[in-house]
Design a protein around this ligand. Structure first.
Ligand SMILES: Cc1cc2nc3c(=O)[nH]c(=O)nc-3n(C[C@H](O)[C@H](O)[C@H](O)COP(=O)(O)OP(=O)(O)OC[C@H]3O[C@@H](n4cnc5c(N)ncnc54)[C@H](O)[C@@H]3O)c2cc1C
Length: 425
């Protein structure tokens, strides 16, 4: 029996670890389109900022794949999954047989409808090669416009800013960070970004990329008719699941590849994990694509265990962003923007603008289901435990959590004993 994994990101590494926990022998083949071993995508913004060297991107020592008996095929692009012949086909026409297959193809950049998008000096920001391209041209850049005010967009903007580039961020919605943060948190972060000297334009979209007669980039025209000069445009709107191979093979796809709790796609021997997969979300209690690092690794790990015959249920996805913007630490976990008219939710906020500190807790019935912290994030781990383990929260506990005083003694006795005295009965 042979395992084959398409994709060489963090979900793939999780799967190798999961398989090797139960099956140390059977060969694994990992096929990756990029020409590099798995690397830390979240670190690419630090690379672009000049804060880390390329060596720091790599996530495993050089001998990792060999040590795990993994045949790593780099710079190899799979164009077809044939479930009948149980073969993959590469863009070069090579056929690779599989018995157990993992789709770990991640996400691909979302491409907005902007006229003139194709051409020089327009960049994505979803892979290391994008960061390297930008680094190569950064010394000639005076002004850049980043399209997308989400997490990746703001990080890309901050990195360019750190390289001495004048940066403007364009966000279609009314505020930056519209998904992971709420209005107050986004406002605080936005002010920090603007104080640093970046221009933030919300509520507008890019309409046309403008070039001169020689084809050189001049800037971008926005839909409110304003114009931003730029030597580079960075598209950083986010990713959509890379589901083509699955669709073409007849595997069920919704927003991502549909999987059950074992990361199984329903087609014999075929699993999916990471940004490509739509898995169970513990907070929303439905299947979702939540494209974050920790989910991708854990999904890969559980897919690997199941592929190796150790039937085990994935504990579930939880949305989480923990990022610092211009030195301001922030974290957002779970459901942070429930509909304002939904009476099932109760929301507590604390805001000290002078200290740049914000806390928001979202309760649904007797549980904490989401929180945002900006500035003071010391108790993040404690708040997360309440969400992750679905602890019941009585009125007193709710008050203490809301006042920023979570405590391990608030954990249920049984959980506390297990966590701190694993030997106790
Ligand atoms: C700039 C940036 C910053 C981020 N920062 C954070 C952060 O701070 N925190 C966080 O939690 N998450 C962050 N993320 C998201 C996180 O990186 C992703 O959730 C994670 O990388 C997903 O892992 P994956 O293995 O599913 O997919 P990917 O990392 O996308 O890997 C998929 C791999 O599959 C390959 N592939 C695709 N199709 C084929 C094919 N047909 N044949 C062969 N190979 C193929 C791709 O080339 C790619 O190498 C960030 C993402 C980016 C881009």
């Amino acid at each position: 029996m042979a395992y084959v994994i398409i994709g060489n990101g963090i979900a793939s590494l999780g799967a190798i670890d999961g398989i090797r926990k139960y099956d140390r022998k059977t060969p694994i083949t990992v096929i990756g389109a990029e020409n590099t071993a798995a690397y830390g995508k979240p670190l690419t913004s630090y690379l672009l900022a000049g804060r880390i060297s390329p060596e720091r991107l790599s996530m495993r020592p050089d001998d990792y794949y060999k040590g795990k008996n993994v045949n790593l095929k780099l710079a190899t692009y799979i164009v077809k999954v044939d479930l009948e012949s149980r073969e993959l086909q590469t863009s070069e026409g090579e056929r690779i047989p599989f018995e157990k297959l993992l789709l770990a193809t991640g996400g691909k950049p979302y491409v907005p409808q902007i006229k003139g998008l194709v051409g020089d000096d327009v960049y994505n920001f979803t892979a290391a090669k994008d960061a390297y391209r930008l680094i190569e041209s950064v010394k000639d850049l005076k002004r850049a416009v980043v399209i997308g005010g989400g997490l990746i967009g703001i990080k890309a903007a901050e990195s360019l800013y750190n390289r001495g580039v004048e940066v403007a961020v364009v966000e279609t919605r009314e505020r930056i960070l519209p998904l992971a943060y709420d209005e107050d948190a986004a406002g605080l972060i936005s002010r920090r970004v603007e104080e640093a000297g970046m221009l933030v334009r919300c509520g507008v979209s890019g309409k046309e990329i403008v070039r001169d007669k020689q084809g050189r980039l001049r800037g971008i025209l926005l839909d409110d008719k304003s114009f931003l000069e730029a030597d580079a445009i960075v598209i950083a709107i986010g990713v959509v699941s890379n589901t083509e191979l699955a669709e073409q093979a007849g595997i069920e796809v919704d927003k991502g590849v549909v999987v059950d709790d074992n990361m199984f796609t329903g087609k014999e021997g075929v699993y999916a994990a990471g940004d490509v997969a739509q898995a169970r979300d513990v907070i929303f209690d439905k299947d979702k694509v939540v494209p974050i690092w920790s989910n991708a690794y854990t999904q890969g790990y559980y897919a690997g265990r199941n592929m190796a015959g150790n039937k085990s249920a994935y504990p579930g996805t939880m949305s989480m962003s923990s990022i610092s913007f211009f030195g301001m630490p922030t974290i957002s976990v779970g459901e942070v923007n429930p509909a304002p008219d939904n009476s099932e939710y109760e929301i507590y906020t604390f805001f000290d603008e002078r200290k740049h500190s914000y806390r928001k807790l979202v309760f649904k019935k007797d549980r904490l289901v989401g929180y945002v912290l900006v500035g003071d994030i010391d108790f993040a781990g404690m708040y997360t435990s309440f969400i992750k383990f679905k602890f019941k929260v009585d009125a007193d506990a709710r008050k203490r959590l809301s006042e920023g005083e979570p405590d391990v003694l608030m954990w249920p006795d049984e959980f506390f004993n297990k966590a701190w005295n694993p030997e106790s009965k």
